[in-house]
Design a protein around this ligand. Structure first.
Ligand code: ADE
Length: 220
């Protein structure tokens, strides 16, 4: 998979892609990630990428030209173009699964007060990572990349994400590791019983219990 990210703050991405699982996925050629500074695509002699809104009002608005030109130079028939915006569809694990099967994603990070409405016309999808306003789409695009890359086959063990939260609309069951007793807190007996059928039942029950308690909306 190839992921191209359009931003005017390319340095924000320096650490996230050079650590841990994403770093390994890049090294193993499971994913290629490119950062495009769309300021480099502006026609403006002063490298401007934004201007004041028509009709008045505060703040600066990203102009369409640099983004359109950048997209024109990188998109192919296989590209899926995604705009990060607080009024996009709420991001969910199901969307992460679907996107992890795409060949080429292009993520556009908006900034400042907003972006020219015409930018939406070149996008296949608009995504919001939650009902709050970030200073720009950069952190949102990092969230999307992180959640997608781990789902690409061979990046992490499949069994690590088969039972994780949000699959089957349930939260994950509780897990424990050594020691068996820690500061008076004990590992549930069933997990050390060696009885795999009982362990599976316990995990299903706990998953359901936890979802009912913490996220009843997932069961609706
Ligand atoms: N840009 C600003 N806020 C955002 C959000 N919540 N989701 C996606 N992109 C954004």
């Amino acid at each position: 998979m190839k992921i191209d990210i359009l931003t005017i703050f390319p340095n924000m991405f320096n650490s996230i892609f050079s650590e841990s699982i994403i770093k390994r996925a890049i090294e193993d050629e499971k994913v290629e990630i490119n950062i495009y500074d769309f300021r480099e695509y502006t026609d403006d002699p002063h490298k401007k990428v934004d201007d004041t809104p028509y009709g008045g009002g505060g703040g600066m608005v990203l102009m369409p030209q640099p983004i359109f030109d950048c997209i024109d130079s990188i998109k192919t028939k296989e590209s899926k173009i995604i705009l990060l915006t607080p009024d996009g569809v709420p991001y969910k694990q199901k969307i992460a699964y679907d996107l992890s099967k795409e060949k080429h994603l292009i993520l556009i990070c908006g900034h400042y007060e907003g972006f020219d409405e015409r930018i939406r016309t070149i996008c296949d999808m608009e995504i919001s990572i939650g009902d709050y306003i970030l200073t720009g789409g950069e952190i949102a695009s990092m969230v999307i990349v992180d959640s997608i890359v781990r789902l690409i086959p061979g990046v992490i063990e499949e069994k690590s994400h088969i039972n994780e939260s949000f699959n089957n609309k349930l939260l994950d069951y509780p897990t424990y590791t050594k020691p068996r007793s820690f500061r008076g807190l004990e590992v549930p007996e069933v997990l050390v019983s060696g009885d795999h059928k009982k362990i599976e039942e316990y995990r299903k029950e706990e998953s359901l219990k936890r979802t009912k308690l913490k996220r009843p909306d997932l069961l609706d």
